[in-house]
Ligand binder design. Structure first.
Ligand code: NAD
Length: 330
């Protein structure tokens, strides 16, 4: 198969070339993100391989179809960036990597919690400048704290298991509660109970019409003052403008985000010499209690190996006309 990769980085080549050792497939790596204007790059290919900020909307899909593309192979778990109706209309199948390493993302959520809490990022910089003071570095024990987990799928469950290890009490909310989690001691409750009782809230649901801006002004009004909010799911699950207000009025005590509503214009790029036009991210960066990472939850060696293996298997199953185990359907 001839596969056009969009939003390709050096690590994509590093992990995908070894799973195509005999050159059975032809991989072309394009740095450009997919959109209606760049879709034509895929001409003379059979499939496209996309990541989280490639926009397979109606216009892009129409272009892909006109250029003979039959398969969209997502090298991600989330698929909110693909217009599935348009894909179905143009007879383009869509596959994804549903569970490459839930632990990678769950562990990153925990890294955000520990960093925000114990302020190791600040301590690191202080000590390098010869400042050994502990002033303003006070943290809190995780033991006995209440952690609300919204979305207890694969990543949410991996996260719950880690937090149980810290001795936290876990409240869960999911449209389909998991028996294993109930057995492990997670207490499922309403969203309102999560908001009102949690010291830490961690988001692990997909971005769907029902979860877009789930964390908004109303939700913040129900939360404890000083709550820690962690988002490693998708940026738009939080209403960013409302989060900024909640930071300004000190409702949010700590915010750790690996994803951001408008991230496609920023994340995965080195903009250090550029003027950042996005005033919301600039405001967020300015708060001392906000920690932002640029969608690196998935970014471990184990996860990258698994993403490459499963993506190539998805492509080969399609090529051989086999059942597509990881197909995303309407
Ligand atoms: P999953 O499908 O295993 O779990 C999602 C869970 O959310 C399911 O249990 C589902 O029932 C639940 N859910 C669906 N609608 C809900 C709603 N309205 N309210 C509450 N819960 C709801 O998915 P996963 O592998 O755990 O991944 C979760 C999300 O994490 C992905 O959709 C993706 O957006 C994000 N993700 C982020 C990264 C990263 O690098 N930061 C990497 C992978 C995935």
């Amino acid at each position: 198969m001839k596969v056009a990769f969009f939003s390709a980085k050096s690590y994509d080549k590093e992990y995908f070339d070894p799973v195509n050792p005999e050159g059975h497939h032809r991989f072309t790596y394009f740095e450009a993100a997919l959109n209606g204007a760049t879709a034509a790059l895929a001409r003379e290919h059979d499939a496209v391989c996309l990541f989280v900020n490639d926009k397979a909307d109606q216009q892009a899909i129409e272009q892909l179809s006109a250029n003979g593309i039959k398969l969209i192979a997502l090298r991600s778990a989330g698929f909110n960036n693909v217009d599935l109706e348009a894909a179905s209309k143009y007879n383009i199948r869509v596959v994804r990597v549903p569970a490459y390493s839930p632990e990678a993302v769950a562990e990153h959520a925990v890294a955000l919690i520990l960093t925000l809490n114990r302020k190791t990022h600040k301590a690191y910089n202080r000590v390098r400048e010869g400042n050994f003071s502990l002033e303003k570095l006070t943290g809190f024990n995780l033991h006995d704290k209440t952690v609300g987990v919204i979305g207890t799928g694969k990543i949410g469950q991996a996260f719950c298991r880690i937090m149980l290890g810290f001795g936290c009490k876990i409240l869960g909310f999911d449209i389909a509660p998991a028996d294993d989690m109930i057995k492990a001691g997670i207490h499922y409750c309403s969203l309102d109970d999560i908001f009102s009782q949690s010291d830490i809230i961690s988001l692990h649901s997909p971005l769907l019409p029902e979860t877009r801006h789930l964390i908004n002004k109303q939700a913040f009004s129900k939360m404890k003052k000083g709550v820690m909010l962690i988002n490693t799911s998708r940026g738009a699950v939080i209403d960013t403008a409302d989060a900024i207000d909640a930071l300004k009025n000190e409702k949010i005590g700590y915010l750790g985000i690996d994803v951001y509503e408008q991230e496609e214009k920023l994340f995965f790029k080195d903009l250090s010499e550029k003027i950042i036009a996005d005033d919301m991210i600039a405001r967020l960066i300015g708060f001392p209690n906000v920690l932002i990472t640029s969608h690196q939850g998935f970014f471990t060696k184990e996860a990258l190996e698994q993403i490459a293996l499963v993506t190539v298997k998805n492509i080969e199953d399609f090529e051989k006309g086999l059942h597509l185990e990881n197909e995303v359907k309407l």
